[in-house]
Design a protein around this ligand. Structure first.
Ligand code: ADP
Length: 422
């Protein structure tokens, strides 16, 4: 029976939260999209439903979030977590506020805290204002984000605009006094009719105290940071098994890396891999045809597959990406490469690949969809924010590491497989 039901507004954010819970000793499974009524409930302490609702129309985001909640309630979860970005990524209309309101109403909770702080990643909240490193959110570059420009660092004001306006604050001085003080402040705000409170947090100790204070709350909302304190609540209640929460079934088979991210970190990782393992760099500009690119790659892997990875990359430096985009249009260029890599993934699995690293957020989405993966059991972290996962629902048993482009150290492509052993 699952304990904690989470709804995340994007895919990599869901993994980030899942990895945090696993580190705290909870077994976690991430589901891709709202599960169907007949889908089996995974054996886990936390279930994280990954939506793509951050920039969806408000009505769709609310509808999908409520559907996810209903499924998680039926799965037996007793506490719920709405996960959004630690930079509070949202538009003036939402979707954080409207989704949070709908969840509070559906649960009859009356109140939920809101805390995006993640000190480890430089996100802190002080007097209701969100800082990214040493700068206010609205001076951090986030004010220029293409989809969710954040032009106000005062989260009490931001969330008030997105909701019916009854947003309070649990300030630093209270948070610093620890869990009982925070609990008292939240109860008082609820009694005053506040439906939400931004909760300040500057350190991990603050996040732990907030988590402890929210024991028994039906709903929490925030970044993955504030989930830091939740596993201990369940552990104190005797609800968590001992043992390695990150243990995954062992899977033998060939190893491969697929890269579709053109971010600097990924380009560097490809360069680094070239010296150590067979590496194919596809040229989508010379062959702007997904099926032809896939055929090239699958011909190339012939005789090369084994325990050491092969690396297949479509990634290219900015001028080459710009050239393909000029030729096909931005969306078509992206789709071409994503389709090619998804087809290659399918071909690799058919050829016995069972350990697969994918670089790129959109690329990962395309690969997971093509392979029919519906659930990911979260294992040990390779580098911060990127765990190995065991894919469920894809037919063949499969270990997957899905990496957002900029994540991971320079040796990520070899280190990840070394971690798995033979
Ligand atoms: P990241 O996590 O770094 O943002 P994504 O996979 O989300 O990576 O996005 C990278 C996008 O760039 C994908 O849509 C991918 O198909 C596209 N892409 C990859 N290689 C090329 C290329 N050579 N030319 C044009 N677009 C490319």
């Amino acid at each position: 029976m699952a304990l904690l039901g989470c709804i995340a507004d994007d895919f990599t954010g869901a993994t980030d939260l899942a990895a945090m819970l696993v580190k705290g000793g909870m077994r976690a499974v991430q589901l891709i999209g709202v599960p169907g009524a007949g889908d089996a409930v995974p054996e886990a302490d936390a279930i994280i439903v990954a939506l793509k609702s951050r920039t969806a129309p408000v009505r769709d985001a609310v509808g999908e979030s409520l559907a996810a909640l209903a499924w998680l309630q039926k799965a037996g979860c007793r506490q719920f977590f709405f996960k959004y970005c630690s930079t509070f990524d949202s538009t003036p209309e939402g979707n954080i506020g409207p989704v949070a309101e709908a969840l509070v109403d559906a649960l009859g909770a009356g109140f939920a805290l809101a805390c995006p702080a993640f000190p480890t990643n430089g996100r802190t909240v002080y007097q209701g204002h969100l800082f990214v490193g040493g700068t206010l959110l609205n001076e951090s570059g986030m004010e220029k984000h293409p989809l969710t420009p954040m032009t106000d660092a005062n989260l009490v004001r931001v969330l008030s605009h997105q909701t019916d306006g009854t947003v309070g604050l649990v300030p630093f001085a209270t948070v610093n006094d620890g869990a009982p003080a925070i609990r008292k402040a939240m109860t008082a705000l609820k009694e005053q009719g506040r439906r939400f409170a931004i909760v300040d947090a500057v350190t991990d100790a603050h996040l732990r105290a907030i988590g402890e204070a929210a024991e028994g709350h039906a709903l929490l909302t925030g970044g993955s940071g504030v989930a830091l304190g939740l596993p201990d609540n369940f552990r104190r209640a005797g609800l968590l098994a001992t043992g390695d929460a990150a243990a995954l079934p062992s899977v033998a088979g060939h190893a491969a890396v697929l890269a579709g991210s053109c971010s600097r970190a990924t380009l560097f990782q490809i360069g680094n891999a070239r010296a150590h393992v067979p590496t194919l760099e596809l040229d989508a500009l010379a062959t702007p045809d997904a099926a032809a690119l896939a055929a090239q790659a699958l011909a190339w892997v012939e005789g090369k597959l084994g325990a050491a990875p092969v690396v297949i990359a479509a990634s290219a430096p900015p001028e080459k990406v710009a050239a393909l985009q000029a030729k096909l249009g931005r969306e078509a260029a992206g789709a071409l490469v994503e389709n090619a890599l998804a087809a290659i993934a399918e071909g690799l699995v058919a050829r016995g690949v069972r350990r697969l690293v994918v670089a790129g957020g959109e690329t990962s989405g395309a690969v997971v969809t093509r392979l029919g993966v519906r659930a990911l059991r979260i294992g040990h972290e390779i580098d911060p924010g990127v765990p190995w996962t065991y894919a469920e629902g894809s037919g063949a048993p499969l270990l997957l590491a899905l990496k957002s482009g900029n994540f991971g150290g320079p040796d990520f492509f070899t280190k990840s497989f070394a971690m798995l052993g033979a």
